[in-house]
Structure formats: structure tokens, C-alpha cells
Ligand binder design. Structure first.
Ligand code: CP
Ligand code: NVA
Length: 303
């Protein structure tokens, strides 16, 4: 049975810490020009039902650096977009490829794909979770803060796929996470309940961004309208008034707090230009770390 990477809750802290350690080793090797062909001759299919810049490039380059090959497959020009069943696609791709990464809408789509695939399946973002991104974010936190232990993490904005994955991370790794989300845009109830049972009291949800950010070490935000929610942009702009991560809000955090954003960013909406370009921002390291952590995830699952 192949082991998949569909959500953080399928892993324990030691396993995820192991991937973070491997990512640091692979990053060092890549910087030093030391070959690390851990997936020599292997192929990863990358299915995209939504747009992507970082995910596509980092997985494809990552496979190349590991000695393998990544193939970009869009729903628009494959039979997926013409209604070929997921379970058929999963079995066929498993005969050609050593792993599959999927970016799609419902989490149930990646779950079904994984049920029928005989090779590892990696979640490259669904409406519910974005586990590769949060692992890249944690790698970035380790680089800038040495540890995630004892830190206060803050989330400001939509209770979306990123927020849900941070909630799982807080429960698994054991750090404090304060989320500020407006009413009607709170994180997934089942995810919150799962995390609260695993780590009671660690995770709080408020509608006050100032309370969430106060004395935070790590602040994270994301777009107000995610992919698939474009038609809600205007009503979301109204709902999220007061949720812009600007200099006044940032001033409430610790002076050496780091600012994360998975990108793409909408400057002037969820984050001020001065903050994303400012001294606390580590968003370019964060984007780079997608490459290194995904190489570690692929090497662990497909090696
Ligand atoms: N952060 C992220 O997943 O970016 P892309 O949508 O560009 O892949
Ligand atoms: N929440 C965003 C993340 C993009 C990387 C979305 O789902 O569109």
C-alpha cells in the first residue's frame, strides 16, 4: 500500500519533523551543488484543475533535481476535463508514474484518487487543505526562528485551506495559534474540533485581528477570495474590512515577528505593500522553501 500525503493529520510530529530535517539537508546539498538523485529515473504526474505558479514550478524542478521527471497535466487538455472517472485516471496513471500530485477542488477528489492509486498521491492544494505550503512555512520558521516551540502563531483573514492546515499543524506540532476570521468566514468546524480534541486550548478563533496578532512571533495571511471564489470578491472585501495586515497591525506583534504569505498576494487587500516588502517579511524564502520541502516529501514517499 502506497503512503499518501493528503493532509497533515495522517502524520505524526516525528514523521513531519523528519521531512523538515531532510528538506534542510537537501537544501544544503542543492546550494553546494552536491548531487542528490534520490528519485533517479522516477516520474511524477502533476494534475492541475486550478492555476499555479509556485506549485507547478517547484514540483517540476524538484523532480528534476532528484533525478526524475515531472509531467504537467491540465484538466483542460487531458481526459479528466472530459469526464473520465477519477478512479480510472488514478489506476492508469499508477501504471506509468511513481507518484501523482493533484491540485483540485474538493478534498474528496484527492481522497478518491488515493484510494484507487497504487503509487503515492500528494495534495498540491484543495479547497480544504494546502499541506505542502504549511510544511514550507514551517521550514521557513525553523530557518528564521530556530524552532517553532514556544512561539505564538497568528492567522489573519479567511478561514480557508491555509487556515485549516495551520490548525492541523498547531495541534500536531504543539504550538499556539490565534486566528482572526470574520463571522461567516471561520475555519472548517470539523478541522477545529479534531484539533481541539488533540491539543485542547492551543487554538483560538476570534474576530479581532489585533488580539490575534498581539505579541505574535509568526503572522500569516492569505487572499480573501481563494481560487473558485472569484465571484464573491466584492462581498468578501466588505466582510474583511479591518483585516488588512498593515503596519499598524504588525506593530502589535513582537518586533522581530516574521510575516508569511503563501502568495499570490493582493497588496492593499489582505496585506499592505509596506508589510510584504518590509523587514519582517520572509515571503521569498517561504516561496523558495516549497522546492526543498516537496523534494523531502517526494523522497520520503517515492524513494
Ligand atoms: N502558494 C501557492 O500554492 O502558489 P501557486 O498557486 O502559485 O502554486
Ligand atoms: N487560499 C488560496 C491559496 C493559493 C495558494 C487559494 O486556495 O486560492
Amino acid at each position: 500500500m502506497a503512503r499518501h500525503f493528503l493532509a497533515l493529520h495522517d502524520y505524526d510530529k516525528a514523521e513531519l519533523d523528519g521531512m523538515l530535517t531532510l528538506a534542510r539537508e537537501l537544501k544544503e546539498k542543492q546550494k553546494q551543488g552536491v548531487p542528490h538523485r534520490l528519485l533517479d529515473g522516477k516520474a511524477l504526474a502533476m494534475i492541475f484543475e486550478k492555476s499555479s505558479t509556485r506549485t507547478r514550478i517547484s514540483f517540476e524542478v524538484g523532480m528534476f533535481q532528484l533525478g526524475g521527471h515531472g509531467l504537467f497535466i491540465s484538466n483542460r487538455d487531458s481526459q479528466i476535463g472530459r469526464g473520465e472517472p477519477i478512479r480510472d485516471t488514478a489506476r492508469v496513471m499508477s501504471r506509468y508514474c511513481d507518484g501523482v500530485m493533484i491540485r483540485t477542488f474538493g478534498q474528496e477528489i484527492v481522497d478518491e484518487f488515493a484510494r484507487y492509486a497504487s503509487v503515492p498521491v500528494i495534495n498540491g492544494l484543495t479547497d480544504l487543505f494546502h499541506p505542502c505550503q504549511i510544511m514550507a512555512d514551517l521550514l521557513t520558521v525553523l530557518e528564521h526562528k530556530r524552532t517553532y516551540e514556544g512561539l505564538k502563531f497568528a492567522w489573519v483573514g479567511d478561514g480557508n485551506n491555509m487556515a485549516n492546515t495551520w490548525i492541523e499543524a498547531a495541534a500536531i506540532f504543539g504550538f499556539d495559534l490565534a486566528l482572526a476570521c470574520p463571522a461567516g468566514y471561520r475555519p472548517d468546524q470539523a478541522v477545529l474540533a479534531w484539533a481541539d480534541a488533540k491539543a485542547p486550548g492551543r487554538i483560538t478563533v476570534t474576530d479581532d485581528p489585533k488580539a490575534a496578532v498581539k505579541d505574535a512571533d509568526v503572522i500569516n495571511t492569505d487572499v480573501w477570495a481563494s481560487m473558485g471564489q472569484e465571484s464573491e470578491q466584492k462581498e468578501r472585501e466588505r466582510a474583511f474590512a479591518g483585516y488588512c495586515l498593515d503596519d499598524a497591525l504588525l506593530a502589535l506583534a513582537k518586533p522581530d515577528a516574521i510575516v508569511l504569505h503563501c502568495l499570490p498576494a493582493h497588496r492593499g487587500e489582505e496585506i499592505a505593500d509596506s508589510v510584504i516588502e518590509g523587514k519582517n517579511s520572509v515571503v521569498w524564502d517561504e516561496a523558495e522553501n516549497r522546492l526543498h520541502i516537496q523534494k523531502a516529501i517526494m523522497a520520503t514517499l517515492m524513494g
